[in-house]
Ligand binder design. Sequence first.
Ligand code: FES
Length: 447
Amino acid sequence: MAPFDPAHFVDDRPAEGVFRVHRDVYADPELFELEIKYIFERTWNFLTLETEIARPHDYITTWIGRTPIVVSRGGDGKIHAFLNACRHKGATVCRAEKGNAASHVCLYHGWAYDSTGANVGIRQRRAGDYPPSFDKDDHGLVRIARLDSYKGLIFGSLSPDVPPLHEHLGDLKFYIDLHMEQGPRGMEFIPGRVAYTYRGNWKMQLENGQDPYHVDTAHGSFAAVVARRRAGQGNVSALELDRSKRGQSLLGAFEFAHGHTATWQDVPEPERRVIFRSLDDVRARVGDIKAEWMIKQRNAVCFPNLQIADHIVPILRTFRPISVDVTELRSNVLAPIGEAPELRAARLRQFEDFVNPGGYATPDDVTLFGDCQTGFGSTGFDYLQGYSHGLAEAKRGPDETARAAGLEPLTSVAGLSAQNTELGTHAPLREWARLMRAGIEGRKAYE
Ligand code: FES
């Protein structure tokens, strides 16, 4: 690999209107190793929802980069997070994706831990078996350095040197509020989830959610199906928006600090949004501005591992980097706690129709991620040019839409002409370069 130079990999020259990215950012195994170390292991990562571990001893297993993590509600009712790696020889302690257990016993030699991660048993330990130095050690599962929540979303960091969570999230909190304030009793995941791996770098899915440019072409078959359904053909009653009117509604994007980014789009048929049916109640509870924003289609990235999307129904998606060209994606559908069964069914049908691996969008995207990954292996060209559409109209700071919502993005773009803006891909890549440079130069991630 060439000596690391952020200006080499992310060629970012705002004054000249240049933003282009070297294909190695998506394809170089050595850069991938550095990403794990200097990005995933040195910033906040989304872990799970508080409602996923509502009862004492509930737990889920997840990852920060390649580090296996358990998030557990202890018998004390508090939330704990620790490495899912036995202190004896490192074996996975909690093997299930989620469950309820007051204790966890390692399968290899039988060491036992309680739901706070504390060691509660070393099998066949008798007085005099171990030297005094061993007895003095803490044998509990290793706690992660930082753990905090915002509106029911739990985040963790392996590094203690991160800003407070609320500061790290910044104005992205508005997008989280729009998801998490929809239900009067809060929000929860609808039971079940979708998980799959695709052939492609983790940033492919991250950028895809901020890339309205691909929708008409990559998902053209879905638009055709929607048009036929709306003409009365087929036997599926779905709530898809009229894709033929997509070009008539305003679309915008914001670039926030810390790599977070978001798009929004007005919808021509608000009555087709699931939230519309309870909008009066929602408006009374959260106010006009948030209620109107809940109607908009939205797609945000909480860098580096979370997508907060509501282009069909509210979902959370996590990206887990497995190797430079293999990524695991998990999607969960959010719904108000206590929601009527028919509304919950409507959410699921919408999710299945578009986002499910067997739906109309995901096979298009993952096939194209693989095609891009093939292209990244080419010789003869270095820089990708897919970041500049809409750049000419971007402005520093908040635009009118941002100001009306009380947001202070670093950059904004909006308008009918912004339909296909690629601005939303910039913030994550800029943060990628910043964190990588800090790591390689031996500096803290946040100073
Ligand atoms: Fe867990 Fe040995 S590795 S008890």
